[in-house]
Design a protein around this ligand. Sequence first.
Ligand code: PSV
Ligand code: MN
Ligand code: MN
Length: 389
Amino acid sequence: MTAGTSKDAVKAALTTQALETPSWAYGNSGTRFKVFAQPGVPRTTREKLDDAARVHAHTGVAPRVALHIPWDKVDDYAALAEYASERGVTLGAINANVFQDDDYKLGSVTNPDPAVRRKALDHLLECVDIMDATGSRDLKLWFSDGINYPGQDDIRTRQDRLSEALRTTYDRLGDDQRMLIEYKLFEPAFYATDIPDWGTAYAHCLKLGPKAQVVVDTGHHAPGTNIEFIVATLLREGRLGAFDFNSRFYADDDLMAGAADPFQLFRIMYEVVRGGGLTSDIAFMLDQCHNIEAKIPAIIRSVMNVQEATAKALLVDADALAEAQRTGDVLASNAVLMDAYNTDVRPLLAEVREDSGLDPDPMRAYQQSGWQEQIVKDRVGGEQAGWGA
Ligand code: PSV
Ligand code: MN
Ligand code: MN
């Protein structure tokens, strides 16, 4: 334990953590080359919720599940919310999907064709209707919109169209609802994405109003980007609405959070702690795909990785750091951070789980629970859920 931090305070902070897992991570997904289907994968949104409830039951810190429309389209969303709560989880962000129809070849809300723009806008508004029924607070917007070639369309006009759609959607939000705007450097558009960076997302949020907040997806940056700086800045400005945690080695790899660069995840969580973000309205979500690894254990592992990074961030000795920084002691300041990062927090987290009546080892507990064998046996017939299903 680092001097200057109380173990009880760290443990208390860790028990309040609430992560949101994505419904689509429980289904089959793939690279552009192949989807490796796994047995026992959910066939319905209800089955995805069953799996998410297992993740929460073993970790104790994943009580919310994000939905993706139309992948999670059902007839009765209020009944779905009820089903979730009976299993101990709640429905989180509603993710809109305006990137899969043929109509969106040249964009959705920024498409040059007003009829396509209207169709995309109607979908965003339908997502707010769904939020009303599920009780979800957040509408999460990621647009694949952009252009592949210089001159293909007018960059400025596309911003105007985007702005118009966001405004109409924003005005439809209820008092307790928010709009989370996600940026992504590139892909599928390669020359110019319409929301490529946090600055563009932030500019739209500022114009829209306080219910519009930026989503930082950790996989959506150029290599070498200082993501924790972005986090610190957005937190200072009161515009950090959510994270989409995942790992990247090259581009938007969507691998398990904390797998590629646990040190980066620690630095991000340190800025969250430093900026008071742990007790704020920030939605801490995962946005991942598990193509070759077993899905539920991969999500449990990711949740644990975020938890470990959070624990280490909480262990930073704030007084020692402030003193070293005040005296300009570069090495001592860095050492304070590294001491926290290099602490093995696994025993502490095991204690936190035991204190809440959970098995100290969620991975082992899941493997021994028999759930995996059960779903492989039960989930036969029907279509397995996956991208687009
Ligand atoms: C596409 O890049 C993406 O991964 C975005 O990060 C969204 O959050 C996610 O899909 C779900 O729409
Ligand atoms: Mn994302
Ligand atoms: Mn992504």
